[in-house]
Design a protein around this ligand. Structure first.
Ligand code: PMP
Ligand code: GLN
Length: 381
């Protein structure tokens, strides 16, 4: 067998979560909460299952849920989108990413991604016959190097992948960045994939620079989000894509043969909950900022060095004052085995990792007692 994905192995998320389970370590590696989504949301699923909402939902998603997404987009980002033509519900953001890439990428096309880069874009591009062109974000702020980006664009560039708030760094793009990007790709045949799964996890009063706020960029964009992150239910694997009608139509051609539709009772429950609890979204930034601050305040007494994450539920930390001799993969394993806290090394998200990178990522979507216990162990090193 000649593998179609020779460079793909087990993901770092599986590796580290497994090691955490084997060793009994606190799992701050793979990003998921150790608490549950809202009671009313979970009760709504049970109700819809019992009420008989168990057969296929429409291919593009339950109309009531698409309507809620359109309402949210209008109230948060000031963009009027058609729930019918521009919103598609998908089984997770991961499936949405795969479908968006396959909707437009042809053999030989180039897709620009920024390193450190979330792991699900490149395999999808490769399966479509495309090639990822990796651009390193500049350190220490994980910002786009505009000159490098301009130089990387070729006549073969067909897509640019943005991810803000950014996993794994927690950095944010600003509206001014979107303006620069719009100028750079104006009059070129380039699509955008904007991975905004952490759109509500933005701290210190800053604003999420959604592509949905930018009329010009939206015309060529697939904007992707995940109910899993927003409602603390990552295992539900339910997400959505907002894209102009022509792009949504192409995306749906792929989606209808990858999965056809998404799990019905989950969509009913999400639609009910979004309608009844609009305050949930407004409360999220403060909810996660308090967790970030608790974790960071406690970690201030450790030898880890960090700048507080501007967004996401991930905190990057520099461990060079502790074990400069270990690369980050070895460090993450050592921390798990010897100190009982699992994290994610950053080098795996690079095509060419920066020399001497000494950064690991901790997920702070955890209960207060988990964060206190983890910090206690990390401060003792
Ligand atoms: N994009 C990013 C940046 C993520 O961190 C995640 C989380 N796993 C996803 C996409 C996938 O989201 P989902 O679980 O809804 O597929
Ligand atoms: N997005 C999650 C993270 O960054 C991982 C999801 C997965 O395991 N694929 O930790």
């Amino acid at each position: 067998l000649i593998s179609k994905l020779p460079n793909v192995g087990t993901t770092i998320f599986t590796t580290m979560s497994q090691l955490a389970a084997e060793t009994g370590a606190l799992n701050l590696s793979q990003g998921f909460p150790d608490f549950d989504g809202p009671d009313a949301l979970r009760e709504a699923v049970a109700r819809h299952v019992m009420e008989g909402h168990n057969q296929y939902a429409p291919m593009t998603g339950l109309p009531a849920l698409r309507e809620q997404v359109a309402l949210k987009v209008s109230s948060l980002y000031g963009l009027q989108v058609s729930a019918e033509a521009e919103v598609t519900i998908t089984p997770g953001a991961t499936q949405a990413i795969f479908c968006a890439i396959h909707a437009v990428i042809r053999p030989g096309d180039e897709v620009i991604v920024f390193d450190p880069c979330y792991d699900s874009y490149e395999p999808a591009v490769e399966l479509a016959g495309g090639v990822c062109v990796h651009q390193a974000l500049s350190l220490p702020d994980f910002a786009i190097d505009w000159q490098m980006l301009a130089d990387a664009i070729t006549p073969r560039t067909r897509m640019i992948v943005l991810n803000t708030p950014h996993n794994p760094s927690g950095a944010l793009i600003e509206m001014a960045d979107l303006d620069r990007l719009a100028v750079l790709i104006r009059d070129r045949d380039i699509y955008l994939l904007s991975d905004e799964v952490y759109e509500h996890l933005v701290f210190d009063g800053r604003e999420h620079a959604s592509v949905l706020r930018h009329d010009e960029l939206y015309q060529r964009a697939f904007v992707i989000s995940s109910f899993g992150k927003t409602y603390h239910v990552t295992g539900w694997k339910t997400g959505y894509v907002v894209a102009p009608a022509a792009l949504s139509s192409e995306l749906r051609k792929v989606h209808q043969y990858v999965s056809f539709t998404s799990v019905t009772p989950l969509q009913w429950a999400l639609a009910d909950f979004m309608a009844a609890h609009p305050e949930h979204l407004a409360e999220l930034p403060a909810f996660y900022q308090a967790k970030r601050d608790l974790f960071c305040d406690l970690l201030a007494n450790s030898r880890f060095r960090f700048t507080r994450a501007a967004g996401t539920y991930f905190q990057l930390t520099d461990y060079s004052a502790i074990r400069p001799d270990l690369d980050d993969v070895a460090m993450a394993k050592w921390l798990t085995r010897e100190h009982g806290v699992a994290s994610i090394p950053i080098s795996v998200f690079y095509q060419t990792p920066p020399a001497e990178s000494r950064l690991v990522r901790f997920c702070f979507a955890k209960r207060e007692e988990t964060l206190r216990q983890a910090a206690e162990r990390l401060c003792a090193i």
